[in-house]
Ligand binder design. Sequence first.
Ligand SMILES: Nc1nc2c(c(=O)[nH]1)N[C@H]1C(S)=C(S)[C@@H](COP(=O)(O)O)O[C@H]1N2
Ligand SMILES: [Mo]
Length: 221
Amino acid sequence: MVGLGAAGLAGAPSLQRGFEAVLGATADKDPTGLTGLLPNGGGFRYYSVASSVPERGPDDYRLTVDGLVERPTTYTLEALRRLPQARVVRDVQCVTGWRVPGTPFEGVPLFQLLDAAGVRPEARAIRFSCFDGTYTETLTLPQARRDDVMVALRMQDKPLNHSHGGPVRLYVAPMYFYKSAKWLSGITVTRDVEPGYWERLGYDIDAWVGKSNGRDDAPTV
Ligand SMILES: Nc1nc2c(c(=O)[nH]1)N[C@H]1C(S)=C(S)[C@@H](COP(=O)(O)O)O[C@H]1N2
Ligand SMILES: [Mo]
């Protein structure tokens, strides 16, 4: 899995620029498809906007919760594993059309981490950051508090592997999969919504499956 990711992406930046040039006319419709050329088994595709991502595990993984909170906190992987876990089984839906039905995710509901940190009254949003050094995402506070939004440690009944954003990724079940930031390293509570990586390039911030990005159905491709 790790080998596939690393080998598959060697030389990807130049390849990607080539595709962007060729696909210029359609890139507005389909930008998240540019790095989705590698089949990754089970219907998933491997996506990363960064050309290489370091591996992190039990010894060096950290998740920081900070910003407009009473008690900024840093979690190790072990600390996250010890917290109560939830399980959600839904279809994964990429905005470019591919879908993986009935995919189990398990992890810590995000609202539990927010409550533990104590969100300040002036806060309205969350900014997520990733240890790939590039990707960002955002949710409003009401979205972040839904019980189907989690800091995921497991996917398909296995520990989340590196290709899928392991050891820890965000999982936002009701939204297109670009909201589910891989290699999650930071949860920062903010006053205002700060558009994430793909959202600065035109994708909807409120990425409800079937109701956003100009799609009213979700075709399987
Ligand atoms: N850090 C990071 N997270 C990311 C992405 C990315 O490029 N980098 N791509 C997003 C998109 S567009 C999709 S469809 C899914 C793909 O997840 P997968 O690689 O596990 O299939 O991750 C999302 N989260
Ligand atoms: Mo995507």
